[in-house]
Design a protein around this ligand. Structure first.
Ligand code: AMP
Ligand code: TRP
Length: 339
């Protein structure tokens, strides 16, 4: 069978399930903007249907969805260049997800570490949606025949599952229909860690607000959190190897490299040997310079909800125009009458 070549198309999504962090920004959003500006077709989603796999207050969900859209735009996504929309407005995602529920195997899903982490000890009480979540994620991507997916390190396993689902579908139906999507996990900060504990991921769900920089934090809050970030007593090493077994130092250096768009090696050459008391103010200044304009712009955009809703509706229309024919073709392949 001849290999079908799919034109490059980028898809990614973030859950509107509360505040956005510096981890989301460096691991995902900033990369979304880079890919948009490379001139590739880019589709970015606010995955509200994923968010409700754990309980969400409806008013807060609406607000978080709009705030995420504001965050996308404030970070540099341009609704004229990228397609921006919330998942629930394009029903094709859930329609394809059902088909993928019938392709994915129980054993594959049971291996997903994010499910195990999120379900915790009481997995019997987790929603069926939380368990099936990665099949919906595969549908989000494949309903556009997306070829590249920028994400943080924590999503790697879900993207491998997406490839497994595409491969099994193509094999079972004897077609070369779905692309085998490439994860794009790049940059110095694919896994930003908590500012209080270098072994834990920076997360919006951490009970301590001091553990993270929120995209809505003002300059004072950003500077204070960096000043108080956990470190060790040694000065910074002069090369990357010296960061081994120093997770907090490594994290701050990674953040510095990602914000200043240089490599970790370069940062080590510039700041190696400095005490944290000298490095932290440099990092705080850089973080404030890069992040506080974004929080200011988010606040401004949030004042006009009608405009945000208009952008989402317009993006949904453009998304549907791509997804509908791909879903129709999938139904035909599967044997649905009337497709
Ligand atoms: P979520 O907030 O879980 O929906 O994640 C949205 C995107 O942000 C995904 O691509 C994640 O991999 C990325 N992300 C979330 N937290 C971090 C982090 N601490 N470091 C790097 N990337 C992250
Ligand atoms: N699972 C992703 C997360 O928790 C969010 C997500 C849903 C996603 N669908 C996606 C990311 C499709 C990339 C592509 O962060």
């Amino acid at each position: 069978m001849t290999e079908v070549v799919h034109t490059p198309r980028v898809f990614s999504g973030i859950q509107p399930s509360g505040g956005l962090t510096l981890g989301n920004y460096l691991g995902a959003m900033k990369r979304f903007v880079d890919m948009q500006n490379e001139g590739i077709e880019t589709i970015y989603c606010m995955v509200d249907l994923h968010a409700i796999t754990v309980w969400q207050d409806p008013d807060k969900l609406r607000r978080a969805t709009r705030e995420l859209c504001a965050g996308y735009i404030a970070s540099g996504l341009d609704p004229a260049k990228s397609i921006l929309f919330n998942q629930s407005q394009v029903a094709e995602h859930t329609q394809l997800a059902w088909i993928f529920n019938c392709v994915a195997r129980m054993g594959w899903m049971q291996r997903m570490t994010q499910f195990k982490d999120k379900a915790g000890k009481n997995a019997q009480n987790a929603s069926l949606g939380l368990f099936g979540y990665p099949a919906l994620m595969a549908a989000d991507i494949l309903v556009y025949h997306a070829t590249h997916v920028p994400v943080g390190e924590d999503q790697k396993q879900h993207l491998e599952l997406t490839r497994d689902i595409a491969t099994k579908f193509n094999h079972d139906y004897g077609v070369e229909f779905f692309p085998i999507t490439e994860p794009v996990i790049e940059g110095a900060a694919t896994r930003v860690m908590s500012l209080r504990d270098g072994s834990k991921k920076m997360s919006k769900s951490d009970p301590s607000d001091m553990s993270r920089i929120n995209m809505t934090d003002d300059a004072d809050a950003i500077a204070k959190k960096i000043r108080k970030a956990k470190t060790d007593p040694e000065p910074l090493p002069s090369d990357v190897d010296g960061l081994e077994a120093r997770p907090e130092a490594r994290n701050l250096v990674n953040i510095y490299a990602a914000l200043s768009e240089t490599s970790v090696e370069q940062v080590m050459r510039d700041v190696g040997g400095k005490e944290f008391s000298a490095f932290k103010p440099m990092l705080a200044e850089l973080a404030v310079e890069k992040m506080s304009p974004i929080s200011g712009e988010m606040a401004r955009l949030m004042q006009d909800e009608t405009e945000i809703d208009r952008i989402l509706a317009e993006g949904a229309g453009r998304a549907r125009a791509i997804a509908a024919p791909i879903l129709k073709k999938t139904y035909e392949i599967v044997g649905m009458v009337g497709a």
